[in-house]
Unconditional design. Structure first.
Length: 392
């Protein structure tokens, strides 16, 4: 612990921000269908196939889950320090975070997670007095809710696929959003080539519709937050567990999640990546596995970062500026891929996009320690804190 901060926890937060960049690059570089379905666009070589497989098994939604866990733990830390003044200050923080996320989504990244975290975060004061087993139970229950609602939403498309009813409404919807429909992909390519003012106007006009999508993500995000709160309450994220205990539990979680994720990847690939199967596999069936592997990463990182070596210190600097770095990553990707930047959207393969994700990653590793040394708190962190204090 340094200056009241837990270095391992900051380093874990930095790792989560980097992992999110590894997937967010596809949202900027390729049409929206390609985020989950590699055959939709940019699937040109054996390298692209391996990149998709590794991303699906080890990255996709794992680091988003990990980031949400740490968000829940961070909120719990602040709630514990609030000395009974829980509601007003917390809701003010969530309101400002939502505003930052809304600006981020409108100007830069339509897949912004800050809005979803702010909405899910409204429920955290109702949970913060629960014990760690109760918090884990809440998390498991919310994941089960996501699975149940997801099977309702995607189940008919999967049944129609195996029954050969490819023209059904469910199949057509899935193919347009998660499959290889040429017209839908062409439309998505057009969106990726929009000018800045055109894109901002369209996204501003679609804010009400985007809220529906955010609400659909509520169970999973709140589940991860509850689990993160439980991991803080049982002192794992406080760095108080023995190294062997963390390593052993991490191995158990990974031993379940990795083979099962490989089986889902085989299911999608063996069926030719139809939209119905991709949607069900990537968004529904894999959700519990994403959580397990996210927990495994947290356990391994807390064990590895113990001792405060150079890697831990660099990642901790990135983590202390996590909000600023998350948004700055979108700025960097916009410069590379957007029409008002270098305009590389739609011109790279999946593996090339992953390589380009290291541009902002290297940038945040370099600038974060320098900023902290001379300026302390990150600019967006400072804005969030000051605006929340003024609102509360």
């Amino acid at each position: 612990m340094q200056g009241g901060r837990i270095l391992e926890l900051d380093a874990l937060r930095g790792l989560a921000v980097i992992g999110i960049a590894w997937m967010n690059v596809y949202a900027f570089a390729l049409p929206l269908q390609a985020y989950y379905n590699p055959t939709s666009f940019g699937y040109e070589s054996a390298a692209d196939r391996w990149v998709w497989l590794v991303s699906f098994v080890f990255i996709e939604d794992k680091f988003r889950t990990l980031f949400a866990m740490l968000f829940g733990a961070g909120c719990l830390i602040l709630l514990e320090k609030s000395e009974g003044q829980v509601w007003r200050a917390h809701f003010a923080r969530m309101a400002i975070l939502f505003a930052i996320g809304l600006a981020h989504a409108t100007l830069l990244a339509s897949n912004d997670v800050l809005r979803a975290y702010a909405i899910a975060g409204l429920a955290l004061p109702f949970l913060y007095r629960l014990s760690s087993p109760a918090l884990f139970a809440v998390g498991v229950g919310l994941i089960a809710l996501h699975l149940g609602s997801g099977l309702v939403a995607f189940g008919s498309g999967v049944v129609d696929f195996y029954a050969g009813r490819m023209g059904s409404d469910a199949s057509l919807f899935a193919e347009r959003n998660y499959g290889q429909d040429p017209a839908a992909i062409a439309y998505a390519v057009g969106l990726g080539e929009e000018g800045f003012s055109e894109r901002v106007a369209r996204r501003a006009g679609s804010i009400p519709n985007s809220l529906t999508v955010l609400l659909a993500s509520l169970p999973l995000n709140l589940a991860a937050m509850a689990i993160g709160m439980g991991l803080w309450r049982n002192r794992m994220l406080a760095g108080e567990w023995r190294t062997f205990r963390m390593q052993r539990l991490a191995l158990v979680c990974a031993a379940i999640a990795i083979p099962a994720s490989l089986a889902i990847a085989w299911w999608m690939a063996s069926t030719g990546f139809p939209g119905a199967i991709v949607g069900a596999g990537a968004l529904v069936v894999s959700a519990p596995l994403d959580t397990l592997l996210g927990v495994s990463y947290a356990l391994l990182a807390m064990a590895f970062f113990r001792g405060g070596g150079p890697v831990s210190r660099f990642l901790a600097a990135v983590g202390r500026l996590s909000l600023t770095n998350y948004v700055a990553t979108s700025v960097a990707f916009a410069v590379i891929f957007a029409s008002w930047g270098l305009g590389a959207f739609g011109s790279v393969s999946r593996s090339q996009a992953l390589a380009l994700s290291f541009v902002p990653i290297v940038g945040m590793l370099v600038w974060s320690p320098i900023w902290l040394k001379f300026c302390g708190q990150g600019p967006l962190e400072r804005l969030w804190r000051a605006a929340s204090k003024a609102l509360s």
